[in-house]
Design a protein around this ligand. Structure first.
Ligand code: BG6
Length: 283
């Protein structure tokens, strides 16, 4: 399985329900439910091993979210992960689970000199995509890290985008000198560039557009939510993103980023995210 560049999971009970995971970064690049794509990927995305992450899907940011001592968003999204076992099928539900593993290498140690094991479990369910990121410290010194699932969701016109569940949380506005603000809106709408870190968000997050269905993000171990839309100027600056594509996406990113996680030797941490497609019964 070392030669694989990607893995495609097919749900055994719900036709047209699939998930494709690139070995680079264990990046989920497609999640389809009954042949409908649930994730946004830029038409100009150009993923390159060791250099460039996918502009879309669900890249994993680890061990650093954002800029800092190492490359932006860390190395996990840039390097090849392994898949030690063949994916398994739950015969009673048809759910399919795959497990991806990343361990320290010369490349990672140049940026972050620690021994770790990262395990990412991806479970394709009938109307949900459940992911779980585990980080273990297998070295002899403690380390700190931040981690985030950088989920890109498609929107059928940004003016229709609604993000519910953030009201009452404090956010750091990265576009306004990291000023802290209290979110008073529910839903939050996107009318300009947005790059915010909402701290310690208790609620599930519900993302909708003009359609009837919506996505509910459920989490554990990922207390923070980053909301990002590059809008007009930033879109023009990105070489792997179309000038107009900001109108059709929003990133709602579950993370443990405002307070780094510390792991002593032998300790482990786990963060979970469930993306659930909810289709109202009356349609
Ligand atoms: C978001 C950050 O998570 O990712 C933004 O909050 C950043 O500041 C965006 O611009 C995209 O990052 P990148 O490295 O994938 O271009």
């Amino acid at each position: 399985m070392d030669q694989l560049s990607e893995v495609r999971l097919e749900h055994a009970s719900l036709p047209g329900t699939t998930c494709t995971v690139a070995m680079q970064g264990a990046t989920i690049k497609s999640w389809q439910v009954m042949n409908n794509e649930m994730l946004f990927v830029s038409k100009q995305a150009k993923m390159e091993m060791g250099k460039k992450a996918l502009r879309g899907g669900i890249p994993i940011c680890f061990p650093q979210f954002g800029p800092g001592a190492m490359k932006q968003h860390g190395f996990a999204r840039l390097v090849k992960w392994g898949m030690p076992k063949v994916p398994t099928v739950d015969q009673s539900t048809g759910d399919v689970t795959a497990e991806f593993v990343l361990m320290a290498s010369e490349f990672t140690k140049e940026m972050w000199d620690y021994e770790f094991v990262a395990i990412y479990r991806v479970k394709l369910q009938a109307f949900a995509l459940a992911t779980q990121l585990e980080i273990k410290n297998v070295g002899d010194k403690p380390f700190d890290f931040t981690a985030l699932l950088h989920t890109y969701l498609p929107i059928d016109g940004i003016a229709h985008a609604t993000v519910q569940g953030l009201k009452g949380s404090t956010y750091v506005d990265k576009l306004d000198n990291s000023k802290e603000e209290l979110e008073r809106n529910d839903p939050v709408k996107i009318c300009g560039p947005v790059d915010r870190i909402y701290r310690d968000v208790k609620n599930d997050i519900v993302i909708g557009d003009s359609g009837n269905s919506h996505i509910v993000i459920m989490r554990s171990g990922f207390p923070d939510i980053v909301l990002w839309n590059p809008w007009i100027e930033k879109s023009k600056q990105m070489d792997d993103f179309g000038d107009e594509e900001y109108k059709g996406m929003v990133c709602v990113e579950a993370g443990a980023v405002s307070t780094p996680i510390t792991l002593a030797p032998g300790a482990e941490w786990c963060g979970k995210q469930g993306l659930n497609l909810v289709i109202p019964q009356n349609i």
